[in-house]
Design a protein around this ligand. Structure first.
Ligand code: 1MF
Length: 179
């Protein structure tokens, strides 16, 4: 995954739990560089290791780390100079969700090593959509819950997120988002 993702984890931990927690995490995973390069690709394993280390050091479940990270990612990218890109992806929650593949296509033009997930969105009610999430990566469904929560906040929507179908059982992760 691109360094940006690891950098966002660093930022989340440093801002919310303090620099020393981050230093302990770095040590635990054996990352010895001074910083991440946003536009460089790092092994996925490093990101998984960081989540594992955060879980141990902060004493919260890995699922909760992923969820917190997902929510933070929306704020983080908006703040780090990509607000325009997010603005282009929709001015309300439904529109944004419908444009997730387009957003990732745009990013792939600039970050060719991106391995974006694929989304299928179906409107199932006035303020309700079904979102199918397919990623080559395992175990990130909790992150998607956080991402959806972060998007809800971005659009000032109090949304409910139900993880309806689990990939482990049904081959795909399906979420019902309503607001
Ligand atoms: O392969 C990758 O390195 C990678 C990195 C981040 C692939 C995808 C993503 C985004 N994704 C987070 C990790 C999930 C990994 C996976 O499932 O395999 C979030 C996807 C997502 C899911 C649900 C709801 C919203 C989601 O994303 C919203 C989003 C996605 C990307 C960005 C912002 C919001 C983004 C913004 C600016 C970026 C990069 C990503 O940086 C840029 C862009 C253009 C030029 C320079 C830097």
């Amino acid at each position: 995954m691109y360094g940006m993702v690891n950098k966002a984890i660093q930022d989340l931990v440093t801002n919310n739990f303090g620099e020393d927690k981050w230093i302990a995490m770095k040590e635990k995973v054996g990352f010895e560089d001074d910083f991440f390069i946003s536009m460089q690709s790092y092994p996925d394993q490093l990101t998984y290791d960081l989540v594992g280390a955060a879980s141990e050091i902060l004493e919260i479940s890995a699922g909760d780390v992923l969820e917190a990270f997902g929510e933070y990612w929306i704020l983080y990218t908006a703040d780090e100079g990509y607000g325009q890109l997010l603005n282009l992806s929709g001015s309300d929650l439904k529109e944004f969700l419908g444009n997730l593949n387009m957003l990732h296509d745009r990013i792939t033009n600039i970050m060719p090593d991106l391995e974006p997930p694929k989304f299928t969105v179906k409107e199932i009610g006035e303020n309700k959509v079904e979102l199918i999430y397919e990623s080559d990566r395992e175990g990130l469904a909790s992150m998607v819950v956080g991402l959806l929560r972060g998007l809800g906040k971005r659009f000032n929507k109090n949304c409910a997120i139900e993880h309806k179908n689990l990939r482990s059982e049904f081959g795909k992760d399906t979420f019902i988002v309503s607001w």
